[in-house]
Design a protein around this ligand. Structure first.
Ligand code: NAD
Ligand code: MG
Length: 353
């Protein structure tokens, strides 16, 4: 039996993970956690609502941690797993973006592995098959472009949270859905790919593929490119990460190629500045990615609450990022402090109520 600790069990990823675990005879939940939503209907010997996730993990002694918490709140669980060499099935990209350097150091010490759950990174992981970075020409992270693909800045002036929450291809939690609308999600994913695969930023590209059938691809130095295709359904990367390297069956139908039209285009980085802001934060390094993430969490929260216009999200994040010192974090306390300071800077950039 493989014992899974599921963090973020009541969320979009969490619910789909429970389905995968229940369908597989060799997977069982040893612990489940949520932030504030009750876990009454989740069948796990240890359950925790709120509180310290690392205490739960200490008690649960899992074989794999599926971190499906949303936001920086997942950082301690990510570091817990990496430090101990426990498999980390990672959906919580924010923790790797914010704490990338600390996470890689913990991974090195712990000797374990990260099994990406984010669909693009699961795709890249499968195309790469552990190959060395020097064999890679470019990683190409694909994105749908979100609900506002093709719109001009003028057409984004008055968009509401409801409109931004209507994603064309994926059903996800509110935070990542807004990130998809601003393209901040692709920005976070570029940084995530950099840390997961050790490829420099100038060799990580973003391409729009509106139907989300091509989940990402790798161009290799010999001219071959490998792409990962499939219907957009998170049960596939969740199952892949939890059953790796088994590739267990899922209920998905086989891909009908004759019904597909695949079109690719460059992202509109002028209308959607979050992608370039994330890239710049990644290239700056230190705690700049942490500051980007923290300011984005604040701005997304304010947009969802109706306190911030859609077009002001990149302004708030850009200003906070310019004001943040970006100094490297020596330890997790430094990182938590950098996160706190960036949140404060972003708060100051919000319109007064
Ligand atoms: P969601 O909002 O649907 O669920 C979030 C879960 O995290 C909930 O169970 C919530 O209770 C829990 N949570 C929040 N704060 C917590 C805390 N402090 N302690 C413990 N639990 C806490 O979010 P989601 O869409 O499932 O996304 C989860 C993560 O997976 C995010 O990092 C997101 O970027 C990533 N991801 C999601 C998808 C998707 O399809 N939903 C795809 C790729 C990556
Ligand atoms: Mg993704």
């Amino acid at each position: 039996m493989k014992r899974v600790a599921l963090l973020g069990a009541t969320g979009s990823i969490g619910r789909q993970a429970i389905e995968i675990v229940e369908a597989h005879p060799r997977l069982e939940l040893c612990a489940a956690a949520s932030g504030s939503t009750p876990l009454d209907d989740v069948d796990a010997p240890l359950r925790q609502v709120g509180g310290d996730l690392t205490e739960l993990l200490d008690r649960a002694e899992p074989d794999v941690v599926l971190n499906a918490v949303v936001g920086f709140a997942g950082i301690h669980a990510t570091l817990w797993a990496l430090e101990r060499g426990v498999d980390l099935a990672l959906a919580n990209k924010e923790s790797l973006v914010a704490g990338g350097d600390l996470a890689l150091a913990a991974l090195e010490r712990g000797g374990g592995r990260i099994l990406p759950v984010d669909s693009e990174h699961s795709a890249l992981f499968q195309c790469l098959e552990g190959r060395a970075p020097e064999q890679v020409d470019t990683l190409v992270v694909t994105g749908s472009g979100g609900p506002f693909r093709g719109r001009s800045r003028d057409e984004l002036e008055d968009v509401t949270p409801e409109q931004a929450l209507a994603h064309p291809t994926w059903q996800m939690g509110p935070k990542i859905t807004i990130d998809s609308a601003t393209l901040a999600n692709k920005g976070l994913e570029v940084i995530e790919a950099h840390y997961l695969f050790g490829i420099p930023y100038d060799r990580i590209e973003v391409v729009i593929q509106p139907t989300s059938i091509v989940h990402s691809l790798v161009r290799f130095r010999d001219g071959a490119s490998l792409a990962h295709l499939g219907y957009p359904d998170m049960r596939v990367p969740i199952s892949y990460a939890l059953t790796y390297p088994e590739r267990a069956a899922t209920p998905l139908p086989p891909l009908d190629l004759t019904a597909l039209a695949l079109e690719f285009s460059a992202p509109d980085t002028e209308t959607f500045p979050m992608l370039a802001l994330a890239r710049a934060a990644g290239e700056r390094g230190g705690t700049a990615p942490c500051a980007f993430n923290a300011a984005n969490e604040v701005a997304v929260g304010a947009f969802l609450d109706g306190r911030l216009p859609f077009l002001a999200v990149p302004e708030v994040v850009g200003d906070a990022l310019s004001a943040a010192d970006g100094a490297p974090a020596r330890d997790v306390d430094d990182l938590v402090e950098a996160d706190r300071l960036a949140r404060e800077l972003a708060q100051r950039g919000l319109p007064v109520a």
